[in-house]
Design a protein around this ligand. Structure first.
Ligand code: ITT
Length: 214
């Protein structure tokens, strides 16, 4: 079964490939990217919540490709900043990851309560004609942590070097990919989504068996 991952973030796609491949067994999932299906446009993230943006991205990919499409919208929410950067995490500074991290450190200079969470909303959309018929599925995962005063570690992407994860005594950028996937917001969301997809696949199989009187 072919599934489109509607994302342009290569690091994220890599995490999803490992996670989705590992969790939906029984049926072999072939994951394809926006580039693989020839989608060249930009998908505008006009929503004000992670859920809305995940659905916008998944719907755009599904209607272009006709494939079951999974998209996530994720970001960092910092309590002392009223939830910012939130849905604007990728666009926080107007620059790339380094500028975003510098801005975050500036905004939190002298702030004591540095509690933060990574949040990931993941949506699956099933277009007309897809092997599974269903309303969209949306799930959420969270990872709780604190924002460090300086970067630590070289792995991961985005805000990982500033995100301290106390249960493992490391920043997210000090975790290897498997360690991060086991505890991350995206890991949690993808496990929930894989469970939902697993149920839908079983239902679709039963439907076919019923149709042929098996
Ligand atoms: P797509 O929309 O194409 O998927 P994107 O990078 O724009 O890629 P988002 O809109 O979901 O993705 O923004 C997510 C941003 O939140 C991302 O660019 C990082 O700055 C941050 N982020 C999300 N998950 C993260 C993680 O696991 N580690 C570090 N930063 C993360």
């Amino acid at each position: 079964m072919k599934i489109l991952i509607a994302s342009r973030n290569r690091a994220k796609i890599k995490e999803l490939e490992v996670l989705l491949g590992a969790y939906v067994d029984g049926v072999k999932l072939e994951l394809v990217s926006l580039d693989d299906v020839g989608f060249e446009g930009e998908i505008e993230e006009t929503g004000t919540t992670f859920e809305e943006n995940a659905l916008i991205k998944a719907r755009a990919g599904a209607s272009f490709s006709g494939l079951i499409t999974v998209a996530d919208d994720s970001g960092l929410t910092v309590e002392a900043l009223g939830g910012a950067p939130g849905v604007y995490s990728a666009r926080y500074s107007g620059g790339g990851d380094e500028e975003n991290n510098r801005k975050l450190l500036r905004e939190l200079a002298g702030v004591k309560d540095r509690s933060a969470a990574f949040v990931c909303c993941m949506a699956a959309v099933f277009p007309e004609g897809a092997p599974i018929k269903s309303d969209p599925v949306v799930v959420t995962g969270r990872a709780e942590g604190e924002i460090l005063c300086a970067e630590r570690g070289d792995n991961g992407f985005g805000y990982d070097p500033l995100f301290w994860f106390d249960p493992l005594g490391k920043s997210f950028a000090e975790l290897d990919p498997d360690e991060k996937n086991a505890v991350s917001h995206r890991g949690e969301a993808v496990k929930k989504l894989a469970a939902e997809l697993g149920k839908k696949i079983a239902e679709a199989k039963e439907e076919v068996w019923r149709k042929y009187g098996l």
